[in-house]
Design a binder for this molecule. Structure first.
Ligand code: MSP
Length: 645
């Protein structure tokens, strides 16, 4: 049986878990479930990173000893995972005795090889990142992550000869195109490695400054640098050097991280492994950041999203679906409750929920709630929907394999929507009226069997809903009995004569909860919906008149220096003071050169505001078309500044 080993970063225990941590845990879980269904022997590791300055400071601030503090916060992570249905096989803590022993053994091995030396070093130290920064890496003299000025520290320390492995690492990355993925991060690492000599890595901290760490086996006056300690968790958890887990799961490891910790995983870790004579891991999978209105989540801004709050309000499955569907793997994404509610209502309540509601109730109406035996004769619509189903499942599986979850789900929803259309085309109610029961039985079977296939495919993403969906179809779900890779071609797995549920009600529509800004009635979901008050369904003419929409020509476009998804677009609206800057969320869809020279429609009187420190004076109007974006424009060229009315 093929093995599949996946890891999340081990999370720092200096603060409570939030949306970002939950996301990595959820995708690791979804990937594990997917590989289980593909018949692989899986192992999923997560845990907590508990040494270092940062933890000591957080413990002090709480009036607790480091040990008391790490036990408490590590406990919060351990409690979080079951509530998110994240089912890890092991939870590692860097304070575990077995981990400490492995770290010391690796250190000794690297030391004996002559790859660790003692030296004096002065450098810019960021306490937030717990690492020294080179001059080149600082941005305006500040740490690029924390935007704080690092402290200059000079002391004697131990160094790992990372530079010795620079050439080997470049070669390894070039020879293995999927070692780091997606491609943009592979390129980023290669350009970092090729832009100059790699510095050696300072891997110790004197105990006089920090005691909370793993003691170096060759000098009791020092503890190990927290990153050198933490990265080793991926092999200590498997009992390196001769544990059964290590033999089975290494090197077929998939590390999952966000872009913030790319360098330690892409540069420190493989060179450490190389020096210790251990094969490098197989894949490093790097995802983007969840942002809140284009800004980083932070306690001081008060915009931290609590995963447990979200699942209380919207349900676990909808939350998991949204996270996987909304973020294009590798890129940043914005989290908002509006967007979550939009997806829940459109994809889950409308598309998937209705499919189940309609089909189950028709099975009751036409066949007393029992799955009918299909007739052999197949009509063109049946063949078409089967073909669509095959393509859609193929896309789902191929994209999921590559961790492109949004595309995978988009692919699967082709079948969900296709089935809703199939009902509209074949019109079971008309067949019933005409007493064409043979044809009706086939139609119902086509529906129900495809719904079973959908349910099995969504299990990695929505484990609770999938089990319910299958139960409604009279199927007792056992993941060990499923072979997802055969589902494309399999037909007829749903037993005829089985009773199905009368109602489904998997995903009731939801409205956004009211906030102070939205007034007492609260704002309704943005998807088209019935039952909204008239004031919300219609805009008054005066409301529309307030908008100043103008056509302008794009004269220049640059990438936003601090936000992957934003572009700085200069638009000429024929104004005396020249083109104005609009910050637009178009970077996922257009290269700067695609936009230059095009005419666009701009909301010209939108209140100016700064998006990630860049002034935006207006908004460019566009239409989302699946994964693409189309720009609004006039049907012919018009003078700059022409008003849209
Ligand atoms: N302890 C180190 C990792 C050591 S691994 C050997 C660490 N911990 S952390 O608590 O800061 O976690 C960072 C990770 O949390 C990110 O790489 C990502 O997996 C997750 N996220 C934290 N904030 C996030 C977002 N806003 N968005 C998406 N994921 C984020 O670094």
């Amino acid at each position: 049986m093929d093995s599949f080993y996946i890891t999340t970063p081990i999370f720092y225990v200096n603060a409570k878990p939030h949306l970002g941590h939950a996301y990595t845990g959820i995708i690791a879980d979804a990937v594990t479930r997917f590989h289980k269904l593909m018949g692989r022997d899986t192992f999923f590791l997560t845990g907590t990173d508990e040494h270092g300055d940062k933890i000591v400071k957080a413990a002090e601030a709480n009036g607790e000893t480091p040990k008391e503090y790490v036990d408490k916060i590590s406990g919060l992570f351990q409690q979080l995972w079951p509530s998110l249905k994240v089912e890890n096989d092991k939870f590692i803590r860097t304070t575990d005795a077995a981990h400490i022993k492995v770290v010391q053994d690796v250190l000794q091995k690297v030391y004996d090889k002559g790859d660790i030396y003692f030296g004096e070093y002065g450098g810019h130290y960021c306490f937030g990142c717990e690492r020294f920064y080179t001059e080149k890496e600082l941005v305006d003299g500040k740490c690029p992550q924390h935007e704080t000025e690092p402290e200059y520290i000079a002391e004697k320390n131990y160094f790992f000869k990372m530079s010795k492995y620079q050439g080997w690492l470049i070669e390894h990355i070039k020879k293995n195109p999927d070692f780091i993925r997606p491609e943009r991060y592979r390129k980023e690492v290669l350009s970092l490695l090729e832009s100059g000599a790699l510095e050696d890595l300072c891997i110790s901290r004197p105990k006089s400054r920090l005691e909370w760490g793993i003691e170096l086996p060759f000098d009791t006056e020092y503890v190990c640098y927290v990153w050198f300690d933490a990265l080793i968790n991926y092999i200590s958890a498997q009992g390196w050097p001769d544990g059964d887990g290590f033999k089975e799961y290494w090197p077929a490891a998939n590390h999952l991280i966000a872009k913030d910790i790319l360098k330690p995983h892409a540069v420190f870790w493989p060179t450490m492994l190389k020096s210790a004579g251990i094969e490098p891991y197989q894949h490093l999978n790097v995802h983007g950041y969840w942002l809140i209105k284009d800004t980083k989540m932070s306690k001081s801004l008060g915009n931290v999203v609590e995963p447990l709050e979200m699942i209380k309000t919207y349900g676990l499955d909808a939350f998991r679906y949204f996270l996987l569907r909304e973020m294009s793997f590798g890129q940043d994404a914005s989290f908002s409750e509006e967007a979550l509610v939009g997806r829940l209502n459109a994809d889950l309540a409308n598309d998937l929920g209705n499919l189940f509601n309609r089909t189950l109730s028709m099975t009751h109406k036409y066949f007393d709630g029992v799955i009918p035996a299909p007739d052999d004769a197949e009509e063109i619509e049946d063949a078409e929907i089967k073909k669509l189903g095959q393509n859609s499942m193929e896309t789902f599986q191929a994209e999921f394999e590559q961790m492109r979850f949004a595309r995978a789900l988009e692919g699967l929803w082709e079948l969900v929507r296709g089935l809703n259309k199939y009902i509209d085309t074949v019109q079971p109610w008309a067949l019933y009226k005409n007493k064409n029961m043979k044809r009706l039985a086939t139609v119902m079977y086509v529906m129900l069997e495809n719904m079973r296939k959908i349910a099995v495919h969504v299990w990695p993403v929505m484990p609770e809903a999938a089990v319910n969906m299958l139960k409604q179809l009279g199927v007792e779900f056992d993941p060990r009995k499923v072979d997802l890779s055969k589902e494309m071609d399999a037909w007829g797995l749903l037993d005829t004569g089985t009773a199905v549920a009368e109602t489904s009600n998997l995903f009731p529509r939801v409205d956004l909860p009211a906030t102070d800004e939205q007034g007492k009635n609260g704002k309704q979901a943005k998807t088209p919906g019935k039952g909204k008050p008239e004031t919300e369904l219609f805009a008054e003419f005066e409301d529309f008149q307030k908008l100043d929409l103008r056509v302008g020509t794009v004269v220049n476009v640059e990438k936003h220096p601090d936000a992957d998804r934003l572009l700085l677009v200069r638009v000429d609206l024929g104004e005396a003071d020249g083109p104005r800057q609009v910050v637009a969320g178009l970077a996922d869809f257009f290269q700067p050169e695609d936009l230059k020279g095009r005419q666009v429609v701009v909301v010209a009187n939108l209140k100016p505001r700064k998006l990630r420190k860049q002034l935006s004076q207006g908004m460019i109007l566009a239409v989302k078309n699946g994964e693409k974006m189309e720009l609004l424009t006039a049907s012919g060229n018009v003078p700059e500044g022409s008003k849209v009315s």
